[in-house]
Ligand binder design. Sequence first.
Ligand SMILES: Cc1ncc(COP(=O)(O)O)c(CN[C@@H](CN)CCC(=O)O)c1O
Length: 427
Amino acid sequence: MKYQRSSALFEEAYKYIPGGVNSPVRAFKSVGGVPVFMKSAKGAYLTDADDNTYVDYINSWGPAILGHTHPEVLEELKIQAEKGFSFGAPTELETEIAKFITENVPNIDQIRMVSSGTEACMSAIRLARGFTGRDKFIKFEGCYHGHSDSFLIKAGSGAATFGNPNSPGVTPGTAKDTLLARYNDFEQVEDLFRHHQGEIAAIIIEPVAGNMGCVLPENNFLQKLRKICDENGALLIFDEVMTGFRLAFGGAQELYNVKADLVTYGKVIGGGLPVGAFAGRNEIMDHLAPKGGVYQAGTLSGNPLAMRAGLKTLQIIKNDPEFFNRLAKTTETLDLEIGKILSEKGIEHRINRKGSMMSVFFHINAVSNFDEAQNANHALFNNFFHQMLTNGIYLPPSGYETYFISDAIKDKEIDMTLEAVRKFQYS
Ligand SMILES: Cc1ncc(COP(=O)(O)O)c(CN[C@@H](CN)CCC(=O)O)c1O
């Protein structure tokens, strides 16, 4: 692989864009080296500025679940664009996608569209606070809900104390209302409710975590969170920005048969265009402006191009009864075959997988929370990442990310991926 053009583009970008990128993870800081600049994508493949091609396991961090530039989505997007890009007024199309989602996902009556997952999650927290009249909420270490101040918090000193800012610019005043617990540690959640009785508006969780690598809920963790929220009058918020319409059509709510009070979405529901959403039952959503007092707004919320791309993507998925089984089977094959090769090489590893989400941890122990994810061998992952890249396989450039399998990954791409793993040499 040659990267001259990407290197030159990165140098130029660095002059005008902070760190040369519009989102930090793209800069390859975690894995080192120069980020690859992409210029086109089709199906399972990306093409970079030097005309190298890659099998893509990021898929725009989830949206391209059908594969890139799906012809039917592209066709409908062209037709929609001819009608106008954005009106700043209600459109029938917004009702059509809202109806489609609320009729096909359990336990949600209304949905509000926004333009990013961050907006969706920050709005869901505000709505939960407005609905309950309480200030605090619980999040889990290693879960990412976007870059709103309340989420950029790291664990405080004691298990039951509030968090500390995890970024300059986040104030202690904000941090004090965010409580932290370890993923899969129900005792810590019980402690927090005991220490902060009557103060906790909500728990927000990635029902299958993807932002510390793929980490799954264990020992009925989600069911226990549902119960403790009911016992304490707090709302359970599932952040399904990643898992929504990826794990099942009804997302993690369907897969784990756990009803959340609010659910956030993003990524897949925009088909690759900017989108986010939050949804819930009427009793809660009716508190949202302009019907209720909880304010939330957005110039491009419900943008017709994003709605058209998202609705067509969801319709294609819905009309294919084998879609999720096929994705899960592809992911299972990758898991088992990659695992076999790494074992033959004598490389300690753990592969966590759920549906079409998976990640490889170079770790001898199971990875059930962020501490254990941090203890994995990230230097070895970085080496693995670059060798896979050189061999035409584009993995997420961090050991703290899940892979996003698309329906465009077929036997040929699996074989290419396994061939690259076989070539992996480590010292
Ligand atoms: C579960 C979950 N909730 C919320 C968000 C934030 O969504 P955005 O604001 O980036 O659209 C995300 C964003 N995911 C990252 C990938 N780890 C986006 C990639 C990036 O930050 O560039 C998410 O995974």
